[in-house]
Ligand binder design. Structure first.
Ligand code: KE4
Length: 432
């Protein structure tokens, strides 16, 4: 019996009602409110491996993994032990620690083009700081982003395309001054011609181009090799800083992230999620020549009370060590592909227009005839059908992202039996 069909009001409903009195929308991040899929958000009480349980004790196979961080599964014993080991030594000092050097060395060892790295506490801080550094380094205010990519909620990044290519960006959120949004140009993702046209028109004004090389915030949409290659060559030609926002795809599409996947090195990389192992930690970094402009060495200011927090670093460092186990990504990619292929096959059997795609440990589900290559193509998928499918699966104990515009995530704890259980539940959902 699912919660939505039970006669007695669920604890989720009672908690959601109570939450809305003191928390805007009852949630601390909008996507959690289920606004796009409808229904009552599940209040999670505990998690273990690939599962979490809600306030009614209902178990779900978790395919959001906290939106990427839980790549080794929830409460991995070795991560738990690493955190317990440091907890009694102190939660935060506001002073440097050796562990911060260790995680910086680990990140610079693993991620191409990272000669130096600065720890922060969220992906938003990472991209906001990387943009300020790129602007300070190039002394240029204009930045370029792409429709459908999400880089956190800094003012310069909550911008949508102006009416024409050469017009200024417009805010996507109230409270973002037009004077800030106008410095952001928004182009179509994977559109090489538009990119070339923009660089031709004002390439020498562009301080930074920021992109999700494998996008996960318009559902999963992969950058084409031509698009990623054009970004690199045009930024090099015009002296613009190329920023790969790998907060989501870093350590998710492969150990060395999208740079290795495409064989393209960015000038700066933003990281998050996996590097905190579920605790608040993110980072931005790049060539020393750029990073040297950052305070206290340089004139670009950036700071953070909890940056490099010892508890978060302990969880992140252990997670980074675990994902370097031989065969970790081959297995993760195989499990994720098994899920995508199994779901596609189940939909085909039921003659439902549905496709799925995957890269490493992230996947996309689309009620459409083909895998999308841009935000506009994603909007053409059958969103209403996705929303129905989401609830059918939720009632079956499978928790996909509560939005047709989000990617999904598999962990090393999602074994064949769990993937096959998910596919069987989808077969029943497609058939109904
Ligand atoms: P945070 O500030 O939420 O830690 O990171 C912002 C961010 C930056 N860059 C990319 C590529 C991201 O995916 C994110 C955050 N991702 C969303 C998932 N759609 C976080 C979930 C949420 O907003 O609650």
């Amino acid at each position: 019996m699912s919660n939505t069909q039970s006669s007695t009001p669920s604890r989720n409903e009672a908690l959601f009602e109570r939450a809305q009195r003191t928390i805007p929308g009852g949630v601390n991040s909008p996507v959690r409110a289920f606004r796009s899929v409808g229904g009552t958000p599940r209040f999670i009480e505990r998690a273990q491996g690939p599962y979490f349980w809600d306030a009614d004790g209902q178990r779900y196979i978790d395919y959001i993994g906290s939106w990427g961080p839980m790549i080794v599964g929830h409460v991995h014993p070795e991560v738990l032990e690493a955190v317990e080991r440091v907890l009694h030594k102190g939660f935060s000092f506001g002073a440097p620690t050796e562990a911060e050097i260790e995680i910086a060395e680990e990140i610079c060892k693993i991620v191409p083009s990272m000669e130096q790295v600065r720890m922060v506490s969220s992906g938003t801080e990472a991209t906001m700081s990387a943009l300020r550094l790129a602007r300070g380094y190039t002394k240029r205010d204009r930045i370029v982003k792409f429709e459908g990519c999400y880089h956190g909620h800094a003012d310069s990044l909550l911008v949508k395309a102006g009416s024409g290519l050469l017009t200024f960006g417009n805010p996507t959120s109230a409270g973002v001054p037009v004077d800030i949004a106008k410095h952001t140009t928004v182009l179509e993702y994977n559109n090489v011609a538009a990119l070339e046209e923009a660089f031709k028109a004002f390439g020498d004004e562009i301080g930074a181009v920021i992109v999700e090389p494998v996008a996960g915030n318009m559902n999963l949409v992969k950058g084409s090799p031509e698009f990623i290659g054009a970004l690199r060559s045009l930024c090099t030609k015009h002296g613009a800083v190329l920023i790969f926002d790998e907060v989501m795809c870093g350590f998710r599409v492969g150990l060395k992230g999208a740079q290795a996947l495409y064989g393209v090195e960015a000038d700066m990389v933003c990281l998050g999620k996996v590097i905190g192992g579920g605790m608040p930690a993110a980072a931005f970094g790049g060539r020393r020549e750029i990073m040297d402009h950052l305070a206290p060495n340089g004139t670009v200011y950036q700071a953070g009370t909890l940056s490099g927090n010892p508890v978060a670093v302990a969880a992140g460092l252990k997670t980074l060590q675990l994902i370097q186990a031989p065969g970790f990504y081959e297995k993760l990619a195989a499990q994720t592909a098994r899920l995508a292929q199994g779901l596609s096959a189940a939909a085909r059997e039921a003659q439902v227009p549905f496709v799925a795609d995957s890269v490493g440990g992230m996947f996309g589900l689309y009620f459409a005839d083909k895998i999308p290559a841009s935000f506009a193509e994603v909007t053409k998928s059958d969103i209403a059908r996705f929303n129905r499918f989401f609830h059918q699966m939720l009632d079956a104990g499978v928790y996909f992202a509560p939005s047709a515009y989000e990617a999904g995530f598999v962990s090393s704890a999602h074994d064949d039996a769990i993937i096959d259980e998910t596919i069987a539940a989808a077969r029943r959902a497609f058939a109904s």
